[in-house]
Design a binder for this molecule. Structure first.
Ligand SMILES: [Zn+2]
Length: 445
């Protein structure tokens, strides 16, 4: 952990050397598996007792499944408990799933409901502390240390991104710039004038920043930025390469969702940049088959399910995230012992069924990644002509390619079409469009 400032009243004026420590909470982040599982079980048992007593929804769920809190004898007992879904959260809007009286809730956040009511989550004082610790871990995992100037472009407000990262950065002892989202040119000016070294935002907003810099005729290497922690939306290795190349920084993937705690659920380490360490002393992870609910063995791809074992105000049992990933069991070079999850490659409800075939947008992205001259911006349009589903993929191509002959464009379109057909087994239309014609996000707010 970073050294404290010297205490000027103690008579000692020697400045301590500030140590650079990549692992924020070494004791917990490097726990041997056996000790970790013992801790998880102890915490799980206490959680199940607590929600059975304090949350009518969970008592009803468990009674319905014929399970009493005392039935949980081992970690494998978790699999007998019913899932919790986003619909359950909506049905108990706004505070029905809180496990403490509202007087003990210090803060409320909510996720932007695309349809109807948002989902509401709450935090006690201890929850806020836990969250700050987890975000300090996340930032350290991505290579942030005391002395860094953290440019936080995640939205501040009901969305968990801004404030979640903010408290973690303060806990870690960095200098934080709470700039929030939007007004890209001003962001760039502040980044330059204040000497920001760490960027926090969505990956698509990072690309947007790079594009605006290039429009302004600005060289990103004139900035002090060296690393970016990107999350709140799925992205690909191809996008990582783009961001690293265009902004001249190292880019790491972070993961979280408000229903679990916000950002601070899992993070890639800068050493490996391969898979995100899940903070398993606070969250138990399972991967399930989204169709059947069956728990899959490690290594298989499916839907992530989390149980929060330390949260007080808003604990969840077996929450179905709808995010598609897979677990990596192999030990990591950084020394952390937590399991890693592969970057999220899609959403189980984004899964498109085209003429009976399951299609994840991430598979299409994977195809596009392999084609030279194609920009990492695309849009999938699914329609129905008569009884037949149709799919059109609109892809941005580079300036050079777009100004090529029509024949060349046609050839490229045909090639992408062929590769998508090979990969998915369904045919689609491919439309190549000019650079910067597909709408960019202004950061998630
Ligand atoms: Zn690692």
């Amino acid at each position: 952990m970073p050294a404290e400032c010297p205490d000027l009243w103690s008579g000692s004026f020697t400045f301590k050397e500030v140590r650079v420590e990549m692992i924020w909470d070494e004791e917990f982040e490097t726990l041997p598996r056996e000790a970790l599982e013992a801790l998880q079980l102890k915490r799980l048992k206490s959680l199940v007792e607590r929600v059975y007593t304090d949350v009518p929804f969970y008592r009803k769920q468990m009674d319905g499944a014929g399970i009493k809190p005392g039935d949980i004898k081992g970690l494998d007992g978790l699999g007998n408990l019913p899932f919790t879904t986003k619909d359950d959260l909506r049905d108990n809007y706004p505070f029905g799933l809180f496990a403490v009286p509202l007087e003990r809730v210090l803060r409320i956040h909510a996720s932007s409901g695309t349809t109807g009511k948002p989902t509401v989550v709450g935090y006690t004082r201890r929850d806020i502390d836990t969250w700050a610790e987890l975000m300090a871990r996340t930032l350290a995992c991505g290579g942030t240390t005391q002395g860094d100037i953290v440019h936080n472009s995640y939205g501040y407000g009901l969305f968990t991104g801004g404030l979640g990262a903010h408290y973690g950065a303060e806990k870690l002892g960095t200098t934080i710039i709470p700039i929030s989202g939007g007004n890209t040119k001003r962001q760039i000016m502040i980044m330059q004038d204040f000497g920001s070294t760490v960027l926090l935002c969505t990956p698509s907003y990072a690309l947007n920043l790079a594009e605006v810099m290039s429009e302004m005729g600005m060289d990103p290497s004139s900035l002090k930025l060296r690393v970016g922690l990107f999350g709140a939306e799925p992205w690909s290795e191809r996008m990582r390469d783009e961001i690293e190349k265009k902004l001249r920084i190292k880019a790491v993937d972070i993961y979280g969702l408000s229903e679990i705690i916000g950002p601070g659920v899992a993070s890639e380490c800068l050493e490996a940049k391969r898979g995100l360490h899940i903070f398993e002393d606070h969250f138990i992870v399972e991967v399930i088959n989204p169709e059947t609910g069956e728990v899959l063995p490690p290594g298989e791809r499916g839907e992530l399910v989390f149980t929060t074992i330390t949260k007080e105000a808003f604990p969840v049992i077996r929450y179905r995230t709808k995010d598609i990933s897979r677990l990596i069991k192999e030990p990591c070079v950084c020394g952390r012992t937590f399991l890693r999850m592969e970057r999220v490659t899609g959403r189980s409800d984004d899964m498109l069924i085209i003429r009976g075939v399951n299609v994840f947008p991430s598979q299409i992205e994977h195809v596009l990644m392999s084609v030279e001259g194609v920009e990492p911006h695309y849009r999938i349009i699914v329609d129905r002509e008569g009884a037949l589903d149709t799919m059109e993929v609109q892809v941005e191509v580079s300036e050079e390619i777009f100004s090529d002959e029509v024949k060349e464009l046609e050839r490229l379109g045909k090639r992408i079409q062929g590769e998508i057909k090979d990969m998915l087994g369904v045919s689609c239309k491919v439309k190549l469009v000019e650079p910067r014609t597909i709408q960019r996000s202004e950061g998630k707010a």
